[in-house]
Design a protein around this ligand. Structure first.
Ligand SMILES: Cc1cc2nc3c(=O)[nH]c(=O)nc-3n(C[C@H](O)[C@H](O)[C@H](O)COP(=O)(O)OP(=O)(O)OC[C@H]3O[C@@H](n4cnc5c(N)ncnc54)[C@H](O)[C@@H]3O)c2cc1C
Ligand code: SF4
Length: 428
């Protein structure tokens, strides 16, 4: 059987591994370790926070290796997952189809989305888990004519305990993440090697022959007939560039800024995050307790159970990149303008909830949806293959998006990866 190497085990990688195993003998190479949810008690973290020892968000990797933080420009940090399941293990489980920009290129993913709806359980009826504060913000959004919608969640949310720890890894096995696809691939004979960081793809005369991998102090060679690169919006361009293949400096990250206030006993930290959202022009607003800001941002000095926060998630301009491990991403004047407008809308929501603007504070500017550096074009609508790539190397992750979604991307990445795997199955 022909050998396929899949690089990365997040949304795109796990989907390709599951779909390709059987037609190919699949090996998944994952840079991070096996995923484990964050194990520490959050009350303990709150105590450590008071000592001042938690001052740099990159420290999170010491206590939670599955979460990786990189610094970008403008004081922004970029969060990604490192470990089996990639960033899906840190997600809040939102499942939204967002393929408008792909459709505009002539890409029709209806079939893939239909299959996904049969494969992944999704529940939007979780209002029983909402606190009175969240219900009240939902009503406020309605009063403001913003048409708030409950967010569909991937997983078995009928059993959700509303513990609020989704972004630290669901400890109760409720939330769907891409390890479920990996399990299926492994059951069918694929193998998963964690702590295997791909350094580069070796190619000659337009064909990839395999990948060079760093495993601890050792370097290993994995020959391959097909290579699927799904190392995420930052990992994929890095591997490509290290393999001598240029990417576009079109990185987007979907910046997130939380606007928060002290609201006694609101206990948002123990509630299903992002229960609903309002869709605005170029951004969304959704209730979200920002654990990273709570851990590391000195503005967040109140007790966790007394902080209520609204997240702004922006569709940023796709300008920026990563080279030699250095991230270059700053926000444009238009991005800043939209952030300010969104912050004013949040302030109005809080005002209607009885909180004066003077009591509001902000979270750390962060981002968790990097992508866009190998964007699909209309010319690639049928092939999903960039002519810069060797003929048997495909990309299958967020790098393929032509523009920022400003919205949860997992479902659409899964659909694109399914398409890539289908094309490879037919060709292989
Ligand atoms: C806190 C948070 C919450 C989120 N919530 C949601 C949500 O609710 N819904 C939603 O749709 N999206 C959400 N997202 C975004 C979503 O998780 C990601 O956009 C998505 O997982 C990206 O998929 P991917 O396949 O591009 O890459 P990833 O899932 O990031 O997977 C890439 C994998 O490749 C590995 N890798 C990197 N470099 C190498 C290398 N050189 N060799 C081998 N392996 C490598 C990485 O370790 C990683 O495991 C969230 C993100 C964050 C940070
Ligand atoms: S709120 Fe808790 S139980 Fe529910 S999905 Fe998130 S982590 Fe799992």
């Amino acid at each position: 059987m022909n050998r396929a190497v899949v690089i990365g085990s997040g949304a795109g990688g796990a989907m390709c591994a599951r779909e390709l195993q059987g037609k190919f003998q699949v090996t998944v190479l994952e840079a991070g370790r096996e995923f484990r949810p964050f194990g520490l008690n959050l009350n303990l973290i709150a105590k450590i926070r008071k000592t001042g020892l938690l001052f740099d968000s990159r420290e999170i990797g010491w206590i939670f290796p599955a979460m990786r933080i990189r610094r970008a420009g403008s004081g922004m940090i970029v969060v990604s997952g490192s470990g089996s399941g990639g960033t899906t293990t840190l997600s809040t489980g939102n499942a939204l189809r967002r393929d408008g920009a792909l459709r505009a290129l002539g890409i029709d993913l209806d079939e893939e989305f239909a299959e996904l709806s049969r494969e992944i359980p999704v529940l939007a009826d979780h209002q029983r888990l909402w606190s009175p504060f969240t219900r009240s913000f939902f009503s406020i959004c309605r009063e403001m004519g913003l048409d708030p919608q409950a967010l569909p969640k991937m997983g078995d949310h009928a059993h959700c305990r509303g513990c609020g720890r989704c972004v630290l890894g669901c400890p109760h096995g409720v939330k769907w993440d891409s390890r479920r696809l990996l399990e299926q691939a492994l059951k069918n004979g694929a193998r998963l090697l964690t702590s295997h960081r791909v350094e580069r793809v070796v190619h000659e005369k337009g064909r990839a022959s395999g990948v060079l991998v760093r495993h601890g102090l050792r370097r290993k060679w994995f020959p391959a007939d097909l290579v699927i690169l799904a190392a995420g919006g930052l990992g994929t361009p890095q591997v490509l560039q290290d393999s001598g293949i240029d990417c576009d400096a079109k990185l987007f990250v979907d910046p997130v800024l939380c606007v928060a206030a002290e609201m006694e006993n609101c206990r948002q930290n123990r509630e299903l995050p992002m229960p609903f959202a309002v869709q605005m022009n170029g951004y969304i607003i959704s209730p979200y307790f920002d654990h990273l800001s709570f851990f590391f941002n000195r503005e967040w000095r109140h007790q966790a159970g007394n902080v209520y926060s609204l997240m702004i998630k922006l569709a940023d301009e796709n300008r920026g990149g990563i080279t030699g491990g250095r991230l270059r991403k700053t926000l444009s004047a238009a991005d800043h303008g939209r952030l300010e407008q969104a912050a004013d809308t949040c302030a109005e929501m809080f005002r209607r909830a009885g909180v004066d603007k003077s009591r509001l504070f902000f979270g750390t500017l962060n981002a968790g949806h990097p992508g866009g550096m190998l964007p699909l074009t209309a010319a690639q609508a049928k092939t999903f293959h960039d002519p810069r790539l060797p003929e048997n190397l495909y990309v299958a992750d967020a790098s393929l998006f032509p523009a920022s979604l400003g919205n949860p991307p997992i479902l659409t990445i899964l659909a694109m990866a399914k398409r890539v795997a289908g094309l490879c199955r037919r060709a292989g």
